[in-house]
Design a protein around this ligand. Structure first.
Ligand SMILES: O=C(O)c1ccc(O)c(O)c1
Ligand SMILES: [Mg+2]
Length: 593
């Protein structure tokens, strides 16, 4: 199907918006009046620019407060409309959106609304223009799609149809089955937006929190299925008012937007994409570091052994059980020091995984490898983390065995990876991991940091062998908040923590108040509490089991967590995160880094 995006969904000047939409692969745009008014380009130049970029102008919008008003007011509205139709003629746009009136002058009279819309459509017809009437969820007298359709039906004019907007329909909880009662050719336009399920004033909700389909809580795909059954053949068009997208760079937002429509079309059976290939484990996590010494010291204290070295690159493999950490000392030294730069995902079909990623507009990374190295398919996640799809263990043949003392046996694998997202890429990151990797997003949780509020959302595969926690702050944040971490699974966190400390590692100290509170919340023995206090072990329970975990010091942007999940605990200790973050801030204040 054709895809389109409203210019209001992207940041920048009209030219920047059009360029971003075109580059991301959209076929057309809805031009928002404000973007046109603020543009130095003439309508003819905008038309030419769109044509050069391969974009059609699918809609001009909005016209407001047109219908069900006193005659003198309506005469003024027609005068205004004539101007806009002349403008649209110059633009080469053939459909205008009229949204239901919010004016105090409007009366509750469907017959009058229909009669006036009929007159407007008559005028539009002279210009070869179609009028699409849309119910705003907060319209004064018309606020539901079925009501708007009844008025359009009554008006019975060939150049008058309706515009359906998923936000207005789903935010009001309307019954979407009724969409199928509208003949497809009378649906002149379809606007799509999702939104998080918030209990708030619907106008504020719409103007600030809309997001792309698949990023919120609405069943947008379900609505689209009903629309397609009517025979609707127009574009799928995104109309997203969102405070974050208004501020973020237009290019990546447009790609995120187009990806959401690809996923949506797949969901409704309107497009076939390569099937998702869900990763079956974490092959490795790769740290890039300007200075190996502190990283080596930390890994050694955690019980890892340096088992192998890459044949052609300055990369060492550290291993303990099935946990594998690559330490890369070149070529690019990251700003902010050591960071988690790449994740190797065990994949049943790496080539197919990369094909899907590419089809969903993920940047495919050039293979930086020597001729004899195993080929690795890799893409970049929205935060820049490189994701390698590893089939079998062939990647390990690129490494030469190093003599080493055996690793400890406390850690058996990587439990999860926590990646902090740039503040304007959070919704994109969730949709990316879900659609590209086929991982399931868990509930989003809020976490209080002493200097801000964070949001965290995990994405996992079915058996929990791949878990990635995505975290974001509301605004650009400091280094503590930006830290990433690798959580290591152990069957005995107490033994692992002790061993780490005896080997010279520093555990993150946890305030006594935390453990006093644990004593109040859970029936733990004094002995247990004493051990937890001593080692800085945090504790949580969910409906399934118990979670105990502790943290190492931070190197650059990275720290480690030792975690013990018992009896199928499913979470990540989110309830303890504020204490952990405060302790990390405090530690930083003491050590200065
Ligand atoms: O918020 C608004 O005013 C507005 C305008 C035009 C639309 O198509 C819409 O869905 C909302
Ligand atoms: Mg709309």
């Amino acid at each position: 199907m054709r895809t389109s995006i409203a210019t209001v969904s992207l940041s920048g000047s009209l030219t920047e918006k059009l360029t971003a939409a075109s580059r991301a692969g959209f076929d057309g745009v809805e031009i928002f009046e404000n973007d046109l008014l603020a543009s130095p380009l003439t309508p003819e130049e905008i038309r030419a620019r769109c044509a050069d970029l391969g974009l059609t102008i699918d809609l001009y919008q909005p016209m407001r407060d047109i219908e069900a008003v006193p005659a003198d007011e309506f005469a003024r509205n027609l005068r205004r409309a004539r101007h806009k139709f002349e403008l649209m003629h110059r633009l080469g746009a053939d459909t205008v959106l009229v949204c239901s009136s919010v004016s105090p002058l409007a009366v509750d009279d469907d017959a009058l609304a229909a009669e006036q819309l009929h007159q407007l459509a008559d005028l539009a017809q002279d210009f070869g223009i179609r009028v699409a009437y849309e119910a705003l969820a907060w319209g004064r007298h018309v606020s539901t799609y079925d009501h708007a359709w009844r008025i359009v039906e009554t008006a019975a004019h060939p150049t008058l149809g309706t515009c359906l907007d998923s936000f207005h329909i789903l935010s009001r909880g309307s019954d979407v089955k009724g969409i199928e009662d509208i003949p497809g050719e009378k649906i002149f336009f379809l606007q799509l937006a999702d939104a998080p399920l918030l209990a708030m004033d619907v106008l504020q909700w719409s103007r600030h929190y809309r997001c792309f389909p698949g990023q919120g809580g609405f069943d947008v795909a379900g609505l689209v299925r009903h629309v397609l059954r009517t025979g609707y053949a127009g574009p799928l068009s995104l109309e997203v008012f969102n405070d974050v997208f208004r501020q973020a760079e237009a290019g990546p937002t447009a790609v995120d937007a187009h990806r959401s429509l690809l996923v949506l079309q797949e969901a409704v059976g309107a497009a076939a994409l390569p099937r998702p290939v869900v990763p079956t484990g974490v092959a490795f996590a790769e740290l890039v570091t300007p200075d190996t010494e502190p990283v080596s010291a930390l890994l050694t204290a955690l019980g890892f052994a340096r088992t192998a070295r890459h044949r052609t690159k300055p990369v060492d493999l550290w291993q303990q059980g099935e946990a594998r950490i690559l330490v890369n000392t070149g070529p690019s030294v990251p700003r902010g020091g050591t960071q988690l730069a790449a994740i190797g995902l065990q994949s049943p079909d790496p080539a197919a995984a990369a094909e899907r990623a590419e089809a969903l507009l993920a940047p495919v990374l050039p293979r930086r490898r020597a001729p004899e190295d195993a080929p690795l398919d890799a893409v970049a996640a929205p935060d820049g983390t490189e994701l390698f799809f590893c089939g079998s263990d062939r990647w390990r043949t690129d490494f030469e065995h190093l003599a080493h003392t055996p690793a400890a046996t406390d850690v058996h694998r990587i439990d999860h990876l926590a990646l902090t997202q740039p503040w304007h890429h959070f919704d994109e990151a969730t949709l990316f991991h879900r659609s590209v990797l086929g991982l399931h997003p868990q509930e989003s949780v809020d976490v209080a940091d002493p200097y801000g509020l964070l949001r965290s959302r995990a994405v996992t595969n079915a058996d929990g062998s791949v878990r990635i926690a995505l975290t974001v702050g509301a605004a650009p944040t400091d280094d503590t908040v930006r830290a990433q971490h690798i959580a290591l699974a152990t069957d005995d966190v107490i033994a692992a923590a002790r061993r780490f400390r005896e080997a010279g590692g520093h555990l993150l100290p946890v305030p006594a108040n935390y453990h006093d509170d644990l004593a109040a919340r859970y029936d733990l023995t004094d002995e247990e509490l004493k051990t937890y206090r001593d080692l800085g072990i945090l504790y949580d329970r969910d409906a399934y089991g118990v979670f105990r975990h502790c943290y190492t010091q931070t190197v650059g942007r990275v720290f480690f967590e030792l975690v013990q999940r018992d009896d199928g605990y499913r979470g990540y200790g989110a309830q303890n995160a504020p204490v952990r973050l405060a302790a990390q801030h405090a530690m930083k204040a003491v050590t200065g880094g």
